[in-house]
Design a protein around this ligand. Sequence first.
Ligand code: FMN
Length: 169
Amino acid sequence: MKEIKPEQLNQNIIDLIGHQWMLITAGDSADYNMMTASWGGMGYLWNKPVATIYVRPERLTNQYINRSGRFTLTFFPQSMRPTLTVMGTKSGREYDKMNEPTLTPLTLPSGQVAFQQAHIIIECEILYKDAMAADKFTDTTPLQNWYGPEKGNLHNIYIAGIKNVWINQ
Ligand SMILES: Cc1cc2nc3c(=O)[nH]c(=O)nc-3n(C[C@H](O)[C@H](O)[C@H](O)COP(=O)(O)O)c2cc1C
């Protein structure tokens, strides 16, 4: 993996997150959990490169994120799509994610965990957390479409500083 500056990322972020998907991972090599995500963003805030993720409180990964205050984002080649589907449909509560055979953990210098199969790794430290609230939707269509007893709880929003970026050339 080659380290690059966040500004050197030359991918379309909407395509990268929304269509290629990512794994959000939190914890350390002894105890971590990850989940697939396709909702999120990257940009610039408080004069820093930042990543924003949206995680429902019922995700096991949410507990790991809150405990550690940081997370990694791993992006993969298309060949890893089946793995991302598994990580997005099974919870670490029911499936031994740390022993997933198609993923080789990679411990970063900070102690955070990402994966050797990565195409891009982004290491993040949380700066701001908020929870979506039903009364703050100015258009209630997403509220009706995505939330409720059958669909899930309102997302937590995490804005995190991007500390390091690596790409696999
Ligand atoms: C393509 C895809 C995208 C997803 N994006 C998100 C997301 O952005 N936020 C979220 O909370 N859950 C998202 N999920 C659902 C979680 O990945 C899923 O509930 C997972 O099983 C949670 O695992 P955990 O309980 O081990 O954390 C997505 C699932 C898939 C398949």
